[in-house]
Design a protein around this ligand. Structure first.
Ligand code: SF4
Length: 335
């Protein structure tokens, strides 16, 4: 069986159930890279150009971790993810990822490229091409794609219920039919403040690079809301007020921030962005200047890169939670 390595970075957090089910459906064995650790990140930094964002550096580190253990390396090229009238794209790094890998890293096993470009080609044709490279015929590819899309939908339902990506993956891979609604209840809200996290899942949910931001908030007694809990139609309605953005994933950030900043049960919003990320820096400015209003809850921006220390993140998070608690006390009548 061909061993195909999948890096635990970038699109892993959003699409791994689809990648894994598809690859296994066409007869491959999936090997995941190890969790991010200092050495893995340093490896990525060493093999990348300097001025690239930390998620791409991390991706390179995960490829290096896999390269001697697999026959092929799965690398996605995510060009467009929305079928709409206007032209929309993902970030240039995600579009050119296989080219960056080929241009920067030597001695890798052959890449197995999977293209997502829904504005210009069907997922069926991408699945057929991938299956063909692994020696599987078109009917097998069709069946594997149908199963992988179902698994991806189950995963997205778990995310909507507030599950973190890897916890949602555990559920759907453990429960054959993925229906956890009767087995698990929504986590109880136990904290006294509620903070919404807005940022790419590959930053927030890599516990090494975010220094376990969701866990830190929870240990401080805060409830956390995630972007993936906001339904697509809610984000779309928010975006009616901010037309003209053509980066699909950044539109999600903008729509989710606008939604959270207008919710009465949200006490604060943390915008988490990667240093050297062009799209996020522009969206961050729009959120700060145009979305946040005088009545909005507090908003803070946390910029992460490979030099960000744990103490720095802890201090920022503690200060933000403290500020929210104090401002609420001041707002209390008679205090
Ligand atoms: S959106 Fe930003 S953080 Fe994500 S890959 Fe592109 S440049 Fe990097």
């Amino acid at each position: 069986m061909v061993k195909v390595g999948v890096p635990r970075a970038l699109s892993y957090y959003r699409y791994f159930p689809l990648w894994k089910t598809l690859l296994e459906g066409v007869g491959a064995e999936v090997v995941l890279s190890r969790r991010t650790a200092r050495g893995l990140l340093e490896d990525g930094v060493r093999h990348c150009v300097d001025d690239i964002c930390v998620p791409v550096k991390l991706y390179f580190g995960h490829l290096m971790d896999l390269k001697d253990r697999v026959d092929r390396l799965f690398v996605s090229r995510i060009v467009s993810v929305e079928k709409c009238e206007s032209e929309t794209y993902t970030c240039p790094k995600l579009i050119g990822l296989p080219d960056m890998v080929k241009g920067s890293l030597d001695g890798l096993p052959p890449l197995l490229e999977f293209v997502v470009d829904v504005q210009n080609r069907s997922l069926k044709s991408s699945a057929r091409k991938l299956a063909g490279e692994l020696g599987a015929p078109a009917p097998v590819a069709r069946k594997a794609l149908a199963a992988s899309l179902e698994q991806q939908s189950r995963y997205e339902r778990e995310l909507l219920r507030g599950r973190a990506p890897e916890s949602a993956m555990e559920t759907i891979f453990a429960n054959g039919n993925g229906d956890s609604s009767r087995r698990e209840r929504e986590p109880e809200k136990a904290g006294d403040v509620t903070i919404a996290l807005v940022g790419h899942e590959y930053l927030i949910h890599d516990p090494f690079v975010s220094h376990d931001l969701p866990g830190k908030l929870s240990r401080l007694g805060a409830n956390t809301l995630l972007m993936s809990q906001v339904p697509a139609e809610v984000i779309a309605a928010e975006l009616d007020r901010y037309p003209g953005i053509s980066w699909s994933y950044e539109k999600e950030l903008l729509g989710a921030a606008s939604h959270f900043l207008g919710r009465p049960d949200v006490d604060g919003v943390m915008l988490v962005i990667g240093f050297a990320c062009g799209p996020d820096s522009i969206i961050g400015e729009i959120i700060n200047r145009e979305v946040r209003g005088p009545e909005s809850p507090p908003l803070t921006t946390l910029v992460l890169d490979e030099h960000t220390g744990e103490a720095g993140v802890a201090t920022r998070v503690e200060a933000f939670v403290d500020l929210i608690r104090r401002s609420r006390k001041h707002r209390r009548p008679g205090s």
